[in-house]
Write a protein of this length. Structure first.
Length: 284
C-alpha cells in the first residue's frame, strides 16, 4: 500500500488535530495511523499522521504546498512530508562482530525491514563472505589513525554514489569524525551495550561480571559528535543471575543488542522518530 506520512511540530494550540483531520478528510484521505504528543515543559505539540495515498485526491507533489497554505501557516507549523516509496537506502557499517549484521540481513531477507541495502562497509575483511551470500556488495576499507581521513572520504563517496539515505553502525568499532556525521544528521543509528559509561573499555562484560550486575541491556541512538550521547531511539534490558558466566553475559547482551537495533531501524524507516534537541519522541 502506498502511503503518505506527515510529521508535525509547533507550539501547542487548540484545534490542531481537528484541522489536520479535516484537511485529510477534505481530500479523501483514508487515515491509517495518527498519534500526537504534547510536551508541557516546552509547550510544543508533535504529531504523526499516515494515510492511504491511492485514494487521495491531491497529487504527490501538491500535498506539501496545499497543506502549508490551508493548515501549516495558520499554526506556524514545522512539518515534513514523507512517502513509503521508494524504499529508503540503508548502508551498514560493521567490523568483526556478526550478531547485529546477521539479524539485520535475516530480517531484510524475510521482508521485515522495508529498506534497500546497496552495500556493507567494513574496516575488516572477516564478514565479506557472509554479506555476499545475501547478494549485497561488501566494501573493505581498512582504517588506521594515519589513513582515517582518506578512508572516511572514500566511505562518503560510496554513500553518495549509492544514494544512501541513512547509515546503521552494526557494532562498527570506529569513531566517526564530525565531518562524516554532518553529512547524515540524525541519520546514523548506533548500538551499544548499556553499561556505558559505567563499564567502558574493551571488556565491559568482564567488568560487569566482576561487579555482579543483575541486568544488562543495550541502547540504540542517533550518532552525534559527543560519543554515545545522541538522541536515544530504543532501549531494552535482560535480567542475569549470579551463576551466569562471562560468556553467557556476552551472549545475552548480544541478543538484546540485535533486537534493539532492529527495532530502532524499523522506527526510523517508518518515520516514527522525532528528534527534539537531544531527546526523541517515538510514535510506537
Amino acid at each position: 500500500m502506498k502511503k503518505a506520512i506527515l510529521i508535525i511540530q509547533c507550539s501547542d494550540q487548540k484545534g490542531i488535530v481537528a484541522e489536520v483531520s479535516k484537511f485529510l478528510y477534505t481530500y479523501n484521505g483514508n487515515i491509517l495511523e495518527v498519534d500526537q504528543h504534547v510536551d508541557e515543559n516546552l509547550g510544543m505539540f508533535f504529531m504523526r499522521a499516515a494515510w492511504e495515498l491511492d485514494s487521495f485526491s491531491l497529487g504527490k507533489d501538491e500535498i506539501s504546498e496545499c497543506f502549508k497554505a490551508e493548515v501549516g501557516e495558520r499554526f506556524q507549523m514545522e512539518f515534513k512530508l514523507h512517502f513509503n516509496f521508494p524504499k529508503p537506502r540503508m548502508a551498514i557499517f560493521v567490523s568483526k562482530l556478526s550478531h547485529c549484521l546477521f539479524d539485520i540481513l535475516g530480517r531484510h531477507y524475510a521482508g521485515q525491514l522495508e529498506v534497500d541495502i546497496p552495500l556493507v562497509v567494513s574496516n575488516h575483511p572477516n564478514l565479506k563472505q557472509v554479506v555476499e551470500a545475501f547478494g549485497i556488495p561488501f566494501h573493505h576499507i581498512p582504517i588506521t589513525s594515519e589513513t582515517k581521513a582518506a578512508a572516511e572520504a572514500n566511505q562518503l563517496e560510496l554513500m553518495k554514489a549509492n544514494q544512501i539515505d541513512f547509515v546503521v553502525l552494526a557494532r562498527y568499532m570506529q569513531i566517526l569524525s564530525p565531518e562524516f556525521i554532518k553529512h547524515f544528521p540524525n541519520r546514523i543509528i548506533n548500538i551499544h551495550h548499556s553499561f556505558l559509561p559505567a563499564f567502558v573499555g574493551a571488556k565491559p562484560y568482564h567488568a560487569a561480571y566482576e561487579r555482579g550486575v543483575k541486568i544488562i541491556g543495550a541502547t540504540a541512538h542517533y550518532v552525534t559528535e559527543e560519543l554515545d550521547a545522541g538522541p536515544i531511539i530504543e532501549q531494552e534490558v535482560a535480567r542475569v543471575r549470579h551463576h551466569n558466566t562471562v560468556a553467557e553475559l556476552v551472549q545475552i547482551g548480544q541478543d538484546v543488542e540485535k533486537v534493539v537495533l532492529s527495532k530502532a531501524i524499523k522506527y526510523h524507516v517508518d518515520r516514527k522518530v522525532m528528534p527534539i534537541n537531544n531527546k526523541t519522541v517515538i510514535f510506537y
